[in-house]
Design a protein around this ligand. Structure first.
Ligand code: F6P
Ligand code: MN
Length: 352
């Protein structure tokens, strides 16, 4: 049997982290619970159709109107049970319309997307679980109030990716983002990649280009310039990747740089994009910043946004810092709106 590649064991990393900062003890307990639940998830997912119709649709829809899959609901139940073993006061989940109160004496509030990328279940493409850990507020008037803090207040966050490897990507406190990979031979997580730093610049973008006609002028201008490659103003050939699973795109960007965009667009209900602030954008922004990258809503840092509701959506752009800053410049530069807006007007007229 080949040697274990990983040097550091997950449990040892958490112990050391808590030894250095005892305030992270509760969040470390949440991470242990997530790791245990993710092993169960990983086994279930690896069985695919052998387990049953995991990717089959149910009659129900989630808070966002998406059709729920069997695995969405199973994942929600598995993680809710896991959080009962940790000091968690309340949970917000993509699959639950209201916050779920667990231990009123708990010190933490956890927001989660139990199964991210569920349209990829049947396609055997990577999917994941995303989580955000907040300290509870002392004088909260309701369970919901704990969750309406800006992402900057997160004490830990990350995601599990169930792919060829099952990996736990997380950051605790202000410590660097970590990636630990499950060794199925002994059922433990090891640090197989040392703390990733996102390259400052990149030439790879991720966006659902089928929405091109719905985008605002600055996003179209930016993508047009990427597509023009070496012959365009960016003077560099770009590559494009889009998996349809936020966790998979985030994982790739952590390891080799890149920019991800899910901007707001002109489709009904998409003015703030598709992704949810509490349990998609905030956790991704947290680990991206602690890996040297940036995350914005095209203009503002994601982590500074005060949520308007527990299931609020937000435009999300993240990845290589210089490229994310460049996208912000497109939004601030009048030449793009001045140059491109008439074109938009014309297109609008033609469609009518
Ligand atoms: O959870 C929402 C999600 O599935 C993300 O994982 C992914 O990035 C995005 O939606 C894909 O959106 P679309 O179907 O528009 O490509
Ligand atoms: Mn999701």
């Amino acid at each position: 049997m080949p040697q274990l590649a990983g040097t550091e064991d997950f449990a040892a990393y958490l112990d050391q982290t808590v030894e250095l900062d005892a305030r992270l003890d509760g969040a470390a307990q949440v991470l242990r619970a997530i790791a245990a639940a993710s092993i169960e998830m990983s086994e279930l997912i690896s069985l695919g159709r052998l387990y049953g119709q995991l990717g089959a649709s149910r009659a129900s829809t989630n808070t966002d109107g998406d059709v729920q899959k069997e695995l969405d609901v199973l994942a929600n139940d598995i993680f809710v049970s896991a959080f009962r073993q940790a000091p968690v006061a309340a949970i917000v989940s993509e699959e639950l319309s209201e916050p779920l109160v667990l231990d009123p004496a708990g010190s933490l509030a956890v927001a989660m997307d139990p199964l991210d990328g569920s349209s990829n279940i049947d396609a055997n493409v990577s999917i994941g679980t995303i989580f955000s850990i907040l300290p509870v507020l002392a004088n909260a008037s309701s369970a919901e109030a704990h969750f309406l803090q800006p992402g900057r207040m997160q004490i830990g966050a990350g995601f599990v990716i169930y792919g060829p490897q099952t990996s736990l990507v997380f950051a605790l406190g202000s410590n660097q983002t970590q990636i630990f990979t499950l060794d199925r031979r002994d059922g433990r997580f090891y640090q197989a990649v040392s703390a990733p730093i996102i390259a400052r610049e990149c030439a790879e973008y991720a966006i659902n280009a089928s929405n091109y006609r719905h985008w605002d002028a600055p996003v179209r201008a930016f993508i047009d310039d990427c597509v023009q490659g070496a012959e365009g103003p960016l003077k560099r050939n770009h590559n494009m990747r889009w998996t349809g699973s936020l966790v998979a795109d985030a994982y790739r960007i952590l390891l080799r740089g890149g920019i991800f965009l899910y901007p707001g667009d002109h489709r009904a209900g998409y003015q703030d994009g598709r992704l949810r602030l509490l349990y998609e954008a905030n956790p991704v922004a947290f680990i991206v910043e602690l890996a040297g990258g940036l995350a914005t809503d095209c203009v503002r840092p994601i982590l500074d946004i005060v949520p308007s509701g527990i299931h609020a959506r937000v435009p999300l752009v993240f990845g290589s810092a210089a490229t994310v800053e460049l996208l912000t410049c497109y939004h601030g530069d009048p030449q793009f709106s001045a140059d491109r807006a008439p074109l938009f007007g014309k297109r609008g007229l033609i469609r009518l």
